[in-house]
Design a protein around this ligand. Structure first.
Ligand SMILES: [Zn+2]
Length: 351
């Protein structure tokens, strides 16, 4: 199979919505309520197998996006931290400046009190010294001016201190938020890495499906109804193998192998075939005793939609056909196994 085509198809599979898989694995309606859980598990495993590579590709894409996201968030956090450090510095400066201006105001207030006391003392002096009183008054006026200037400067320093506190608070919050966002992304990366590390492989899921395929046959047969089937490119198969079988046909086609065939047939048709194919009798003679090997009615996997007689270009498969070579190389990836005595007969157990 060409690798490139396969990759494209896998991506397409990943893009498939749950809805498009629904006919195969969805909660059954009343008509198919009897489909055993093992058959659904089988379908689920085959679905996971056939989408494992696409799932992995998607996980890797997610991881790359998350890593880029983390890089950006770490840059944001570093920037926020630098802004916070600058804001703390500004706050320290503003606090110191405010304290210094406050002390200067206190000192100006003390000087004004002293000047006022001096004026009061001078005013009580006898005899009255007008020149000294005038000097004392000027001293009071000058001290008042200094006090007023420093009071204004204290208001300005207080405003700067309030602004610096506000920015310090905002930048601290920004750092907390940036670190939280980075932490959240780190946790998401850990989750994705865990999913990548524990993701099953296509071969692994297919092997699990193969391991329960005999149970699927045993449990499906007694409860099977025609309602449990669906058609894939005109071939009727059990719904729980439909997704894998469609992928098999599609992938073969992409490799230049046109496949078709006959899947489900009724027990009545099986009885007819026993006669048509020259079996010694309908009910007991072994399949191999017929002119064309034909299973005893009630034993064929065709009767439950779990086997397909494969054709290519309108011809039944032979061991020499290209289609047989392709099937031998790839059918197991889709859960189909050949019955060695019949090159055309492929089923989930090889039976
Ligand atoms: Zn067959």
């Amino acid at each position: 199979m060409k690798k490139r085509n396969r990759a494209i198809r896998l991506v397409a599979a990943a893009a498939m919505t749950v809805a498009s898989v629904a006919p195969v694995t969805a909660v059954p309606g009343p008509a198919q309520a009897a489909v055993p859980d093992v058959a659904k598990s089988y379908a689920g495993l085959m679905y996971r197998s056939l989408t494992a590579d696409a799932t992995m590709a998607q996980l890797r894409t997610t991881l790359a996006t998350q890593q880029a996201d983390l890089k950006r968030r770490n840059t944001d956090a570093a920037k926020a931290q630098r802004a916070s450090v600058a804001a703390q510095k500004r706050l320290a400066t503003a606090t110191t400046a405010h304290a210094a201006v406050f002390e200067k105001l206190k000192s100006a207030e003390r000087a004004l009190t002293d000047a006022k006391n001096a004026l009061a003392r001078q005013s009580k002096q006898k005899p009255r010294n007008n020149a000294a009183i005038a000097r004392a008054k000027r001293a009071v006026t000058a001290a008042t001016t200094v006090r007023d200037t420093r009071r204004t400067r204290l208001h300005q320093a207080a405003a700067e201190l309030r602004a610096a506190k506000k920015v310090a608070g905002t930048t601290t919050t920004a750092v907390i938020n940036a670190l939280a966002a980075a932490g959240k992304t780190e946790a998401a990366i850990e989750q994705t890495e865990k999913r990548i590390a524990t993701a099953g492989t296509a071969a692994g899921y297919a092997a699990q499906a193969a391991a329960i395929s005999a149970s699927v046959v045993d449990q499906v047969r007694p409860v099977f109804t025609v309602a449990d089937t669906t058609t894939v490119y005109g071939i009727t198969v059990h719904k729980n193998v439909a997704f894998a079988f469609k992928r098999l046909i599609d992938d073969a086609k992409a490799d230049g192998i046109a496949l078709s065939g006959g899947g489900f047939r009724t027990k009545e048709r099986q009885i007819e075939l026993r006669t048509i194919n020259g079996c010694p009798d309908v009910w007991t003679a072994p399949a191999s005793s017929c002119r064309v090997p034909t299973a005893i009615p009630g034993r064929s996997l065709h009767e439950i939609g779990l086997a397909v007689d494969v054709t290519s270009g309108g011809k039944t498969l032979t061991r020499k056909s290209k289609a047989f070579t392709w099937m031998t190389a790839h059918a197991a990836e889709y859960g189909f196994v050949n019955l060695p005595s019949e090159a055309w007969h492929w089923s989930i157990t090889g039976g």
